[in-house]
Design a protein around this ligand. Structure first.
Ligand code: NAP
Length: 281
């Protein structure tokens, strides 16, 4: 072989979890790599917590440009990264790692971004500042939703969780625009939110159903569910039947992947009907 300029490396990326085989991210990233005719590979990386540090320190040397991070590593990677974005610090977890040319690890959280972009794309008339939001749940996903809504200017949030201590913890972390309301009172309050968000796992296939009465929902409200298996949850079906605009959770999953793809492969991918179809297939 003649000496000359070294050939460019094909960029590698993947999703790190344990277990991780269920993740749809490889389908999504491969769909975009093909759609934009870009060189690159994206794979499942099943990494045990004890190996996480060594693995992510080695990945840049192997040609990895970045990685998505899922359960159970979203908190641990914050301690292993060299830089952590402000929004990841605020949310308390990271889902997107980018490796610098010098091997430095940057950690970010794009879940809140994906949540808002999904609503902006799917409910074009809605603006966060228009009115109050009701948020159900106080787990990891709720933190991302609260951070993004507050940053976008939502005036007030009613937050409710089965375990009310967790909701109070979030209210302490996120400030006085959050009002914690009792879980049992939610059905009677559901008419008050311009936006209603389910961030609990209620209604997800294999989990408990969401059984609360939903008859207070009415037209003019926007209702979204982070659960996307099934795509049309009982919450969305009943909200739509009562005249609410509804947005499913699949779009959040797709939009949260956009910043990573752009950073790693150099092209900003669009979330389109074809993207949804690729994932659903
Ligand atoms: P998590 O941290 O485990 O939190 C689970 C939440 O669900 C908690 O608020 C929990 O309440 C509540 N919950 C669970 N079982 C309940 C029950 N029987 N009755 C009432 N509340 C119950 O999980 P997470 O990471 O926040 O994820 C929550 C959901 O969002 C999951 O379905 C996940 O798949 C989905 N999600 C979707 C996306 C997306 O891109 N669309 C992104 C992230 C998450 P307690 O505190 O009382 O236990």
């Amino acid at each position: 072989m003649s000496a000359g300029k070294p050939l460019p490396r094909i960029p590698l990326a993947g999703v790190i979890g344990h277990p991780v085989v269920h993740s749809k991210s490889p389908v999504l990233f491969r769909h975009w790599l093909t759609a934009y005719d870009l060189p690159g590979h994206y794979i499942h990386l099943d990494i045990a917590p004890a190996d996480l540090r060594d693995v992510i320190r080695t990945m840049p040397r192997m040609g990895f440009v970045g990685a998505n991070v899922t359960i159970p590593h979203k908190q641990q990677v914050m301690d292993l990264a060299d830089q952590v974005s402000d929004r990841a610090i605020r949310i308390g977890a990271a889902n997107t790692l980018t490796f610098g040319a010098d091997g430095a690890i940057h950690a970010d959280n794009t879940d809140g971004y994906g949540f808002l972009e999904n609503l902006r794309q799917s409910a074009p008339g809605w603006e966060p500042a228009q009115g109050m939001a009701i948020v159900l749940g106080a787990g990891g996903a709720a933190r991302a939703v609260l951070a993004s809504l507050l940053d976008a200017g939502v005036p007030h949030i009613m937050l409710s969780n089965r375990t009310s201590d967790r909701a109070h913890d979030l209210a302490r972390d996120f400030g006085d625009r959050i009002e914690v309301v009792d879980w049992d009172t939610i059905p009677a309050l559901l008419d008050r939110g311009r936006l209603v968000v389910n961030t609990t796992s209620l209604g997800m296939s294999g989990k408990s159903p969401l059984t609360m009465p939903l008859d207070r929902l009415h037209d003019g409200q926007l209702v979204t569910d982070l659960v996307y298996v099934p795509l049309r949850t009982r919450l969305l079906e009943e909200a739509a039947a009562r005249g609410c605009a509804t947005v499913d959770g699949l779009g959040m999953l797709l939009h949260q992947a956009v910043p990573g793809f752009q950073r790693w492969f150099g092209t900003r991918p669009a979330v389109t009907a074809a993207t949804r179809k690729a994932i659903l297939a």
